[in-house]
Ligand binder design. Sequence first.
Ligand SMILES: C[S@@+](CC[C@H](N)C(=O)[O-])C[C@H]1O[C@@H](n2cnc3c(N)ncnc32)[C@H](O)[C@@H]1O
Length: 269
Amino acid sequence: MAVQRALESARPRSSRLFRDAFARHFVSRRWRLVIRASRVGAVRNGVEVLYDRVAVPGPRASAVARTRLIDDLVSDARAWLGQLVILGAGFDARAYRLSGLEQVTVFEVDQPATQQAKREVLGRVLAGIVAGDPLAWHVRFVPVDFERDDLARALRAAGYRDDMRSLFVWEGVTNYLTPAAVDQTLAAVGGLAATAAGSLLVFTYVDRAVLAGDYSRFPEARRWVEGVRRRGRAVAVRPGPGRGRAVPGPPRLWAHRRPVHRPGRRGVL
Ligand SMILES: C[S@@+](CC[C@H](N)C(=O)[O-])C[C@H]1O[C@@H](n2cnc3c(N)ncnc32)[C@H](O)[C@@H]1O
């Protein structure tokens, strides 16, 4: 995700869907050089073609589109938002880059090792930009393993308030989890959201048909699945919500396209 967001952010203002100035700090030095070079139009075209056809076929366009869609959902929610909960936050930098969120308590939920890596990078990048300790800002890091831990308890222990409307963002994560963990997390979010009417969850998932090798509805998914296999990795994406078939092997995947509905709004991830 960080490479895809950094590539998009290197595009000119007139053609990019968003700018995530943090993304390039989370990628390797090699990728940083490629991304810097891609600021030049002719180079960018080549980099994008190679990325989409050879390096990581499939997910970039939907990852970029869903990033923008969720950015818009979060920005629109600022009028009513009491708390933002980013589940499986990884290197999502919305808490630091979307204006207006500095007034909102943001809970970043992920595994401790990922949070540690993120905090090291953020500490360097935000030093000198944010007064005082940048990591004691409006963001609370909540270490949780969706497979094992009690999400609701961990959030409440970190200061989650039941009387505030919340937006939960769960982007690019369900496909890494067992169906049981997906169900448990949805149940926990449902319980938390029920205490403050109007709370919302936006999430992405991989369509079950794709896992079964049926690409009729999502032809682009074939390139992604074949690309993952070519790199010798198991396609172990999980079918997202509901009781899906658990596929053995290390979970791998990025994004997928599904309609996302919320009252009065419609978008495609
Ligand atoms: C593809 S990244 C997406 C990160 C972020 N949502 C974004 O859009 O940039 C998947 C994230 O899910 C987290 N994750 C995977 N399995 C998890 C688990 N069992 N418990 C908590 N987080 C998990 C990973 O650590 C990683 O940060």
